[in-house]
Design a protein around this ligand. Sequence first.
Ligand code: ADP
Ligand code: GLC
Length: 487
Amino acid sequence: MKVLMVSSEVFPLAKTGGLADVVGALSRTLVRVGNEVALAMPAYRTIFKNGFQLEETGIPVEVSIASRRVSGMILRTWLGENLPVYLIRADPYFLRDGLYGNSQGDYPDNAERFTFFSKAALELARKTAPWNVIHCHDWQTALIPVLKKIRIHSYPEIQKSKVLLTIHNLAYQGNFPASAWSLLNLDMQYFTPRYLEFYRNINFLKGGILFSDAFTTVSKKYAIEIKTTEYGCGLDGVIRDRERDLHGILNGLDYKEWNPETDPHIKKNYGDQDLDGKKSCKKELQEIYNLPPEPSVPLIGMVSRLVDQKGLDILLEAMGDLLRLDLQFVVLGTGEERYEKLLAGLCHSHPLRLGVKIGFDNTLAHKIEAGADLFLMPSKYEPCGLNQIYSLKYGTIPIVRSTGGLDDTIEDHNPLTGTGNGFKFNTHSGHALLEAVNRATTLYSNTEAWHQLMANAMACDFSWEKSAIEYFALYLQLLKTPSHPLP
Ligand code: ADP
Ligand code: GLC
């Protein structure tokens, strides 16, 4: 199987969230089981700064953006011997500090940047054809199926390829004003509610859903949720119309990156047979956050984008009561300024209970997974969520709201049978969150029961192989069926 994976971020080259981890790990796994995979992503400044070995490919790309011809170059780097990454270089678009924006917000030319990226990726696909599947991810690449299907004569080399779109987060749709339409160089008939128009705006993701041969999302539960008005972000009708082609495939975990037995970022390695190292990791984490070095006070960790999706509203609602409990709490995150400020303020007034670091820090994220006893994810919605899966492997018990992938991966602890791998609550409220934390900290004081719960968690297996097989089966199915016709 020859797969071209197109994404706006790929770990370890550039990452703002779980998308990067997933695209990197899925590609590596597909290669390991014998497929031919190449990745395509923008050549951001961070890639040049971080010393990756870059080769010139000599492949030129030139595309139309409105009435202009815009050219770029293709560089290449490798994630392992058999996994090339094509980096689409166009410095005016991508040689910037952020991937999508800066502290003032999203870059104002994101419509143009990712229209260019999608058109350039199609050129690249054409010039490196044949591909069985072009696998796109999120709104940044959602124009690929649209352009390939409508501008059929521009891409003859890849007309037999099937296009799969994976939605990692339906809330991010690439919604742009009508004035951006000319960038796409598509006929006005496609700027109608039947196609890419969405309440007078252009909606890239809507186009991707309509024009891809099939689309997936990253857990079975989220695949069900996005067909409802509550979770559908306005696109539930479009999704329901294509529900036969929608599949939920749970993300896996890259045990090479996230494994307490081998993790180079943590104070002392440990595993399910020898938990001793976890105590040193906890001590180090308390030091980093200037918290009292109490070994027996439960320590809750959180690593998160600080945005509404992640349930910051109910966390702040519960915070007053939370900080009165006998526990410690550490947070690492960046995001909306109001949440950053509120958390930093609370940290200032409760220095013995709460530690907050605002920033993006991969090493610290690993230290939190290893050093905390509990990991909190009170998300309003969560397509999959990776941190709760990492937490399980580190014996760090997740406390989650039962939504999307959190619901699919976490089984509530049952005090009668000792089964389960975490704590779940259902209602999106500070009260429900607090009640789950109370259940968790109460169990924490029962050492025997707690060790049983840690053992249950660490025994869970979410390795990528299982998910990669599901993607592979879907690729095969796509190859056997005729292309989805023009909608
Ligand atoms: P999302 O993609 O919605 O942000 P996920 O749980 O799927 O949520 O993935 C988040 C990923 O990003 C995890 O690997 C997590 O460790 C990482 N991450 C999030 N915020 C930070 C941060 N401030 N510093 C370091 N890593 C972070
Ligand atoms: C998105 C989602 C998250 C998911 C990740 C990777 O960012 O918010 O739930 O785990 O993509 O698929």
